[in-house]
Ligand binder design. Structure first.
Ligand code: SIN
Length: 378
């Protein structure tokens, strides 16, 4: 796998970089032969000016996956009509040369897509690449640039499968790189700061956004367009970045990373787990459709405390009797679903994070008590 070290070149504005260094939008299947697509190496001039390694600085590897932070539009005032996953890792890094004052930066393009297109295959590629990098002495921390729409799913997946205490920090932007007041450059700088900070070690996967630092376990996207979209409503942020310094105030109490039994190194795929949304007039055909299409587990995004209509309960019971786990989460957005006699429950995980945990749990066990323990612990 090719990688490159970045130059501290003369400052290149991202607008210029966008026009010069865009990569083609990755197509539906951007991973070839299980290998990550990597960025082109820089030109000769860039290679000649490669950043000299400063032994006093942490070595941070930025793995780029696309999203709005790598998005470009045609008008600076337009923050909603743009192409996500359009700008290559080289341009992202060159637009924030200040990062080279706080870290030795290397970058890799894992994929360049909008995050709704992230698949289980991408998750496995990313998780394995991170574990590979963190196992070496050459890398002290990882930053993953990612679209915000599904960032919390990838972040929570990494929180469960990374086998290292070294920091892994996800970052993105709500405004494309070409927007007036784009939030990406400072978010990226801050993420590198957090990934290289000694107090970030051992805290699980982090999301650094809008001057805040949050745990992947608790944080969720709460707004469609505003820049302070990532919130951990009940649990709060772990810390914040003030004047270029990360300050931590709270700790995650759930187990993560090195404390979980999930080993993805030999996995070629993850079990299919589907989410079914609870609403009035629910019809069980959605449950049947999931089963018929190969689901090995189902998350039910129930109303209130994970509630299900009577007809759904009847159909769900039949499916569970066949040995398929159904986990009740809540569509409410906050709160813990209380334990229920006949069902698994997702604790305070939202349905899409509950899906991530059930996929991983099913790679280890089909014992329902054990799976419930995972929900209670992670
Ligand atoms: C995406 O998730 O890829 C698009 C939206 C964003 O990054 O904010």
């Amino acid at each position: 796998m090719k990688k490159f070290t970045f130059t501290l070149m003369a400052f290149v504005t991202l607008m210029v970089a966008c026009s010069q260094e865009t990569v083609e939008q990755a197509e539906a299947d951007p991973i070839e032969d299980g290998e990550a697509v990597v960025a082109e190496e820089g030109n000769e001039e860039e290679e000649a000016e490669q950043q000299e390694v400063n032994e006093d600085l942490p070595n941070i590897s930025i793995l780029a996956t696309g999203g709005t932070i790598a998005g470009s539009g045609s008008v600076g005032t337009n923050t909603t009509d743009y192409q996500a996953g359009d700008i290559a890792i080289e341009a992202l890094i060159e637009a924030v040369p200040e990062m080279t004052e706080i870290a030795n930066i290397t970058g890799e393009q894992i994929v360049n897509i909008g995050s709704p297109d992230i698949t289980n295959e991408h998750l496995l590629t990313l998780g394995n690449r991170i574990n590979e990098l963190l196992a070496t002495d050459d890398v002290d921390g990882i930053v993953v640039t990612h679209g915000t729409d599904t960032m919390e799913e990838t972040a929570y997946f990494l929180n469960l499968v990374v086998k290292s205490d070294k920091p892994v920090v996800l970052v993105g932007a709500m405004r494309p790189a070409t927007a007036m007041s784009a939030d990406g450059p400072l978010n990226l700088y801050n993420a590198v700061l957090v990934a290289g900070h000694e107090e970030s070690v051992g805290r699980g996967t982090l999301v650094s956004f809008n001057d805040r630092i949050a745990s992947a376990r608790h944080v969720t996207k709460t707004d469609t367009t505003v820049v302070d979209t990532f919130v951990a409503t009940e649990e709060g942020y772990l810390g914040r970045i003030v004047g270029g310094v990360p300050h931590y105030y709270t700790e995650i109490t759930q187990s993560h990373t090195t404390e979980t039994p999930f080993d993805i190194s030999d996995l070629e795929e993850l079990p299919q787990v589907d989410i079914i949304y609870g609403h009035q007039n629910n019809d069980p055909y959605m449950l049947d459709a999931a089963v018929e299409n190969g689901a090995e587990g189902i998350i039910f995004a129930g109303s209130g405390n994970g509630s299900m209509s009577s007809v759904m309960q009847e159909a769900a019971m039949e499916i569970m009797e066949e040995g398929m786990p159904i986990v009740r989460a809540s569509r409410v957005g906050n709160g813990t679903v209380s334990h229920k006699d006949d069902y698994l429950t997702a604790d305070s995980l939202n349905p899409h994070k509950a899906r991530i945990l059930l996929m991983l749990a099913l790679t280890v066990t089909d014992d329902e008590e054990e799976i419930q323990e995972y929900y209670d612990s992670y």
